[in-house]
Design a protein around this ligand. Structure first.
Ligand code: XBP
Ligand code: MG
Length: 251
């Protein structure tokens, strides 16, 4: 029986559906601006999400022959422009938080749970999302914002979760991860964390075998109930609340 002391949140796909209409669009803007004819359509981008990290994703597309070869500095430059475009799209307020995210964050915060971020995304892209979707005060409310190249190996490696827990001084047995993708779930699991998965259109067919709860979203009390895909702790729920996360930790 372990107490829930900390929740580490993934960002892309979990806090908000940023991939299809945010990151993907920003990559295409940077490609066009640099004179590349490559355009990542919605299904192609879904395949490319198997590779975490924007620079790594471009590198992968080059290696499979779909983009012209270029030195790493050029990839990094392309990705830096992509990040700027992404920040502008976010600043336009195009990408709202997923239902239930703000509610559960507030509920956990009020209960004194330590909150943190563990993401593959570039820090400045993360900052834009926090600023424009949650609000400036959340920079202080998150006790750790672990992001991007701060660790050598991105998800599905456990490094970004291990790093966040080390910084916080909170062990895995008291920490829960919230994720949306197979790579994210594998990363959290490899770090020894229990994990709740909220799927989206890009990740609903991923393999989450072993996750502690797999649902269509966190849901809201005044909406239809969430769809439950996997529920090994036999929780009864309409929407995901703090008490459900605590029950998983205790289970
Ligand atoms: C998602 C990712 C990121 C984003 C793009 O990770 O893999 O690479 O797709 O962001 P997570 P960058 O769900 O763990 O947040 O271009 O800044 O890498
Ligand atoms: Mg994600």
């Amino acid at each position: 029986m372990a107490e829930l002391k900390c929740i580490l949140w993934d960002v892309d796909g979990t806090l908000a559906d940023t991939e299809r209409d945010g990151h993907r669009v920003a990559f295409n803007m940077a490609f066009e601006e640099a004179g590349h004819s490559r355009k990542w359509d919605v299904p192609t981008y879904g395949e490319l999400l198997a590779v975490t990290g924007g620079k790594e994703r471009i590198q992968f597309d080059i290696e499979r022959g779909d983009m012209p070869d270029m030195p790493y500095e050029e990839i990094a430059g392309l990705h830096a422009r992509k990040t700027e475009h992404y920040q502008s799209l976010i600043a336009e307020g195009r990408i709202p938080l997923r239902p239930g995210v703000h509610r559960l964050l507030e509920e956990a915060c009020e209960a004194g749970i330590t909150l943190g971020i563990s993401t593959t995304t570039t820090p400045s892209a993360l900052d834009a999302l926090i600023e424009h979707s949650l609000g400036h005060e959340w920079f202080d409310r998150f006790a750790i914002m672990a992001a991007g190249d701060i660790v050598p190996a991105k998800k599905p490696a456990p490094d970004i979760y291990t790093y966040a827990m080390d910084q916080l001084g909170i062990p895995a047995e008291n920490t829960m991860a919230l994720e949306d993708s197979e790579n994210g779930w594998k990363s959290a699991s490899a770090a020894g964390l229990k994990c709740v998965v909220t799927v989206n259109d890009y990740t609903k067919l991923h393999d989450f075998n072993g996750a502690d709860l797999v649902v269509s979203g966190l849901g809201e009390p005044d909406h239809d109930g969430v769809v439950i895909f996997s529920n090994p702790h036999a929780l009864k729920l309409h929407h995901v609340q703090l008490k459900h996360l605590q029950a998983i930790m205790n289970g």
